[in-house]
Design a binder for this molecule. Structure first.
Ligand code: SF4
Length: 685
């Protein structure tokens, strides 16, 4: 739509894609969003990436939007009234609960939706369904962060702020994060920091773009993070670079960790990681001797069968040199989706009520029974990665999926399909028809970030407003009102007038949100939790003076190899990950024509030498197979990956890489091992 800028209205909101939380002004004319401009938010400082600038709004007006409830009859979806659909949902879930108990029902909440929607969703599952089987997509990306950092530091979130770790720091230790593609605005800020003199250590199996700006790149084999960090700590301790004063005053568990890492000499670790011992020694010295040096990490650390151990290794390293609880330092996970931090904070977890208050603690159950005026199930629930196999076994009968597409996002797609087919009743609430929605008994239309009020919490624990810019499409209703209707029709009465009223309830039951309300957010622009009272300005840096758990806990963590390594039949080690232009399943970015022009198919990065040996040229169609199945994609031949390793994008239905990823899980966080599986590659004639 053509427009004159002066004829548009600007609505300040938060980008709906990654966890950076960029502030953006939507330009609205005649109830249509016609453009987006960067705003001066604390995380983005007037920057936006290609997704925020061009792909943050066109999907809102897409003709593909679901606008009315659909009920499946004789295999076909037919439009239905809200009353008909909600009655059917409530009746079916109630019958399943009566026949099989509340634990036969489960819900997956939406990390792209607001804190308020997520709060009401988990409340519906806990009160009306009578189960703690509620989870969100953090399970398959950063659940290891939540578990690993909470265990060692007492809080499972980024310790410092984006501005703090990219301004005036001496060294940045970047591990398992392709920042310029996955969190582009943070990537730009890292680049700017390097231009101003910061030294950058990149630890990544691929030559990511930021290696061009790095002082050193440790191209360690995927799946060897724990060994590498143990090796760096071995050097730091041996060379007297550990902060003994910090260790004595603020931590526990040091002796066991020191004894374990004594065995991880640089020579031994170099063989495991397939790098040189000097690289480990030099990286350890550079990080340990720096004054200010944050660790920044992402899914290259978490998405392993040892993901939680990898995260705890990050805590070990920072505590060893006393680089935590002060400016320009800390352990800083970059959370993936716009509100995946918030979905976790709001209790969309089988282990935690809102604010990480534990299901396993009887005092928590009593507290929420009082607050919500109902009896609650005290049994810890199932993770999303446990719900699907439980459905296959007939133990989960009913599932409500809000804004998730596990057929595309979860490992070993054929098992996910089988699990969804095994359910007695599936509800999907979505913006668009998705691969998962096709399996639903009832589909409800969801509403987008631009059609609602609410808050998102970005990767640095920053709670920011989103604001309604246009009216919802067709007959779509506000998501939290739909959950209230379902709960009420199932016998638990729940009503809210507005998202700000929901936030007021959150502030009452979550101590770390006690000082958060819409009035303060509108005046201050944002608040970082913990924010414990109305005069608390929020907490930019955590663990200052004392860890959230009291003393920081060192963990002695032996290295364990990935569960499936290359062999003669499947000789290549494959990792999966993001590309710059598209976001996750492309449900939103894939509706922007310009973005699709730039990136419209999957690809697999293959090293020159391997490609030559296999007779594959850049752009050729190739078949990639694993023990789970076969897919076809296009070869991207170069030197980004080392020999015998390959990397594949995960956004596209052509060559859905999760048909072949390995469904093995970390024992603690139950996160899948997306970053390592064994595959074979051959040209397609
Ligand atoms: Fe949106 Fe992330 Fe890009 Fe910022 S960096 S504009 S939050 S996708």
């Amino acid at each position: 739509q053509k427009f004159r800028k002066w004829a548009t209205t600007k609505i300040r909101t938060t980008c709906p894609h990654c966890g950076t939380g960029c502030q953006v002004d939507l330009l609205v004319k005649n109830n249509v969003i016609v453009g987006a401009e960067p705003a001066d938010g604390p995380a983005n400082r007037n920057l936006l990436c290609v997704k925020g600038k061009f792909a943050s709004y066109k999907f809102v007006a897409s003709g593909d939007r679901l606008t009315t409830p659909l009920i499946k009859r004789q295999g076909q979806f037919v439009p239905a009234s809200w009353d008909e659909a909600l009655t059917l949902i409530a009746d079916k879930f109630t019958a399943l609960k009566q026949n099989y108990g509340g634990n036969s029902l489960a819900g997956f909440s939406c990390s792209r939706s607001t804190n308020e929607d997520n709060y009401v969703f988990q409340k519906m599952v806990r009160t009306a369904f009578g189960s703690n089987n509620v989870d969100n997509c953090a399970r398959v990306c950063h659940s290891a962060t939540v578990h690993g950092l909470a265990h060692t530091l007492g809080s499972g979130a980024m310790t410092n702020t984006i501005a703090d770790i990219t301004t005036d720091v001496d060294v940045i230790l970047l591990i398992g994060s392709n920042t310029t593609e996955a969190h582009p605005v943070i990537g730009s800020q890292i680049r700017q920091a390097v231009q101003h003199g910061t030294k950058l250590i990149v630890i990544d199996p691929r030559k990511i773009d930021l290696t061009k700006n790095s002082t050193m790149h440790l191209q360690a084999k995927a799946g060897t993070n724990v060994a590498l960090i143990n090796g760096m700590m071995n050097v730091i301790i041996r060379e007297g670079l550990a902060d003994q004063d910090f260790i004595a005053k603020r931590t526990e568990g040091y002796t066991a960790m020191r004894e374990l890492v004594a065995d991880y000499t640089p020579e031994k670790v170099a063989k495991i990681c397939e790098i040189e011992p000097e690289e480990i020694i030099n990286a350890a010295r550079l990080y340990a001797k720096a004054g200010k040096a944050p660790i920044i990490y992402c899914l290259g650390v978490t998405e392993h069968s040892t993901g939680t151990e990898g995260v705890m290794s990050m805590s070990n390293l920072a505590m060893l040199v006393g680089k935590i609880g002060r400016p320009g330092c800390g352990v800083n996970p970059l959370r993936g989706q716009n509100n995946v931090q918030g979905a976790c904070d709001m209790g969309c977890s089988p282990f935690d009520f809102p604010g990480y208050q534990k299901v396993a603690d009887s005092k928590t159950i009593a507290k929420f029974e009082k607050a919500w005026a109902t009896k609650l199930n005290p049994q810890i629930g199932l993770t999303s990665t446990q719900v699907l196999p439980a459905a296959t076994r007939g133990e989960i009968k009913g599932l409500y999926i809000f804004g998730e597409d596990p057929i595309v996002t979860d490992p070993d797609t054929s098992h996910v399909r089988h699990a969804l087919e095994s359910l007695d009743f599936l509800v999907v609430q979505e913006l668009f028809m998705t691969e998962t929605a096709a399996y639903a008994d009832v589909i409800l239309p969801g509403i987008s970030f631009a059609e609602k009020d609410g808050t998102f919490t970005n990767t640095e624990r920053r709670i920011q407003r989103i604001r309604k810019a246009v009216a919802p499409r067709g007959g779509a209703r506000e998501d939290y009102k739909v959950f209230c209707e379902v709960a009420t029709r199932m016998g638990y009465s729940m009503t809210y007038d507005s998202p700000s009223q929901i936030m007021a309830e959150i502030a009452q039951v979550v101590p770390t949100f006690a000082g958060v309300n819409y009035k303060r957010l509108d005046i201050l622009g944002s608040l970082q939790w913990p924010c414990r009272s109305l005069d608390d300005p929020g907490t930019p840096i955590m663990h200052v003076g004392q860890f959230s758990r009291g003393r920081g806990l060192f963990m002695a963590i032996p290295y364990k190899p990935a569960k499936e390594l290359p062999d003669a039949t499947y000789p290549y080690l494959m990792s999966t990950g993001r590309m710059l232009y598209q976001y996750n399943t492309r449900a939103m970015t894939g509706r922007t024509a310009g973005i699709n022009k730039l990136a419209n198919h999957s690809y697999i990065e293959i090293n020159y030498e391997d490609a030559n040996r296999l007779g594959i040229k850049d752009g050729d169609k190739v078949q990639v197979s694993s023990r789970r199945g076969k897919i076809q994609t296009y070869a991207a031949v170069g030197d980004q990956v080392m020999q015998s390793s390959v990397f594949m994008t995960f956004h596209f239905p052509d060559g859905n890489v999760n048909e072949i990823t390995n469904p093995v899980f970390d024992d603690i966080a139950i996160i899948p091992e997306y970053k390592v599986c064994a595959v074979a590659i051959e040209p397609v004639k």
